[in-house]
Design a protein around this ligand. Structure first.
Ligand code: AP5
Length: 217
């Protein structure tokens, strides 16, 4: 089993890059999406997580690591994982190393998407998502074919509660304090490849595909 990590601030485009890697056979694991699913299902974990997500605050390391242990328990030998939004703290990164070692897996790349703050605010405030299937759009950069309706399943698109401008600012501050130190952690392991994510969706996706040795679309 191998894995890559997509690292970068909220709104840098991790989920958008992940979409093309899924087409290349990667198993996409977004901890944000897993948590939102628990919220949709109304599970005890979802009820605990909802307020934190809405406010842009992190869920505890214990919960997230437990969730990832569950996911990786079922991994098969040749599976290629793509982690999006995990790890997000140094403790999570250390736990991921332990997990990979225990499963004889290998973390092969950490793709760091860099994006200036003003662009992030524009991207997140224009983002619209389908609450049913999770498809992601942008009012300007990636509009749905019919205004506000998901191309995949025809459901109405929504603004994520944590994409309110003041919550975006909080998420960015938490990223700087708790997640940015992971860049140094992974640089020491020689795993970081930095991508300028301020470019078009196609340019960013193509650079990541090339880096991972995948054919361009
Ligand atoms: P999560 O869902 O992981 O949110 P995030 O990291 O804040 O990232 P986003 O999904 O907001 O952005 P993205 O980088 O994927 O951008 P996207 O591709 O959508 O986590 C949510 C919450 O869950 C956290 O705040 C926390 O509470 C909790 N959580 C999750 N994991 C956790 C963990 N490990 N530990 C603790 N708590 C955890 O793109 C954004 C928009 O821009 C879209 O509209 C897209 O169409 C557009 N766009 C993308 N790329 C481009 C481009 N190149 N040009 C123009 N537009 C673009």
């Amino acid at each position: 089993m191998t894995a890559i990590v997509l690292l970068g601030p909220p709104g840098a485009g991790k989920g958008t890059v992940a979409e093309v890697l899924v087409e290349k056979g990667y198993t996409h694991i977004s901890t944000g999406e897993l948590l939102r699913e628990q919220i949709r299902l109304g599970t005890p974990l979802g009820l605990k997580a909802k307020n934190l997500l809405d406010l842009g605050k992190f869920v505890s390391d214990e919960i997230v690591v437990g969730m990832m242990q569950g996911v990786l328990k079922t991994a098969s030998a040749g599976q290629k994982f793509l982690f999006d939004g995990f790890p997000r703290t140094l403790l999570q990164a250390e736990k991921l190393d332990e997990l990979m070692e225990s499963l004889e897996g290998k973390l092969s790349d950490v793709i760091l998407l860099e994006c200036p703050e003003e662009l992030i605010v524009e991207r997140l405030s224009g983002r619209r998502t389908c609450a049913k299937c999770g498809a992601v759009y942008h009012t300007t950069y990636h509009p749905a074919s019919v205004d506000n309706i998901c191309d995949v399943d025809g459901c109405e698109l929504q603004l994520r509660p944590d994409d309110a401008v003041e919550t975006i600012q909080r998420r960015l501050a938490i990223y700087a304090e708790r997640t940015a130190p992971l860049v140094g952690f992974y640089q020491e392991q020689g795993l970081v490849y930095t991508v300028d994510a301020a470019r078009s969706i196609e340019e960013v996706r193509n650079e990541v595909l090339e880096r991972l040795g995948q054919k361009l679309p």
